[in-house]
Design a protein. Structure first.
Length: 281
């Protein structure tokens, strides 16, 4: 969701500049800064934004530099002359001092409202659309880079899962041997049938077959969703959460130092993916 776009145009001796910045956010958080003269176009500009951007913290700034050379603030000569005449009727003083007093009185200055010309409207809408396009180009490039990073990290997790599958038979054998050794040291008479039932139950508690299958499916589904040409950031975040659950369950059932190391590595890669997913639409 991070992006930046800037575009400029010169129209009727004025330089119009539009800057659009976007950051990651769960919803649309729009901050608009537009000069008063262009306020009437704000609804149209917001409409363009809503079509071009779906989520994120969006800052829009429109700047106007230079003008035709005409000052829109004018001295109201008739009013000031009347003020000076009234002041002279109260107190005879230097005209300069009376002028200083008169210029501060109401209506001594008048500001002509500048009308927005059609050329300026068209120029702003064009330059705004251009800046918006550049923002989206920026975001697409960043998204492509994130996609490559995700693929690399998913491959790392997949390779680690393959390592876990390879050492799983050894892990089960060690758990079984450990149980048998502990039972052999007991001096009590034990019902063998009941013992076998308890042993099977105990081993099933440490079985990670389902977790391995589900994690592999989540990895494949993540890649599938990522390849789609539509905003899927929230869906990818949900899949990452499910991957985290499976990895945590494998860790809790591990009872094997080698498998625990693999789980730690998978968690590290997954956390990096989750962090980057905050910036995905």
């Amino acid at each position: 969701m991070t992006g930046f776009g800037k575009s400029e145009v010169l129209v009727l001796a004025k330089k119009l500049t539009v800057e659009i910045r976007t950051l990651n956010s769960k919803n649309i958080d729009l901050n608009f800064r537009v000069p008063h003269i262009f306020r009437e176009l704000e609804p149209q500009l917001r409409g363009l934004l809503n079509k071009g951007l779906t989520r994120g913290k969006i800052d829009v700034s429109v700047y106007v530099e230079g003008n035709s050379g005409k000052n829109t603030t004018q001295i109201n000569k008739e009013v000031i002359d009347d003020y000076i005449a009234q002041l002279q009727g109260i107190h005879q003083g230097e005209t300069t001092e009376l002028l200083k007093m008169a210029i501060r009185l109401p209506d001594a200055l008048k500001t002509e409202k500048e009308d927005l010309k059609e050329e300026e409207k068209e120029a702003l809408l064009t330059v705004f659309s251009d800046a918006l396009e550049r923002v989206n180009d920026y975001r697409e490039n960043e998204g492509a880079a994130l996609g490559k990073d995700f693929v690399i990290r998913l491959d790392v997790i997949k390779n680690l899962l393959d390592d876990a599958i390879l050492i799983d038979p050894e892990r089960k054998e060690k758990i079984t041997l450990k149980l048998k050794t502990a039972l052999d040291q007991l001096t009590l008479e034990i019902d063998q049938n009941r013992l076998e039932q308890e042993l099977i139950y105990y081993l099933e508690k440490y079985d990670i077959t389902e977790e391995k299958v589900r994690l592999a499916n989540h990895l494949a589904y993540f890649n599938e969703i990522m390849a789609q040409d539509q905003p899927n950031g929230k869906k990818l975040g949900f899949i990452a959460q499910e991957m985290g659950r499976e990895i945590n369950t494998i860790g809790s059932k591990a009872n094997h130092s080698g498998l625990q190391k693999i789980v730690v590595q998978m968690k590290d890669e997954l956390e990096k993916i989750k962090e980057q997913l905050l910036n995905v639409l």
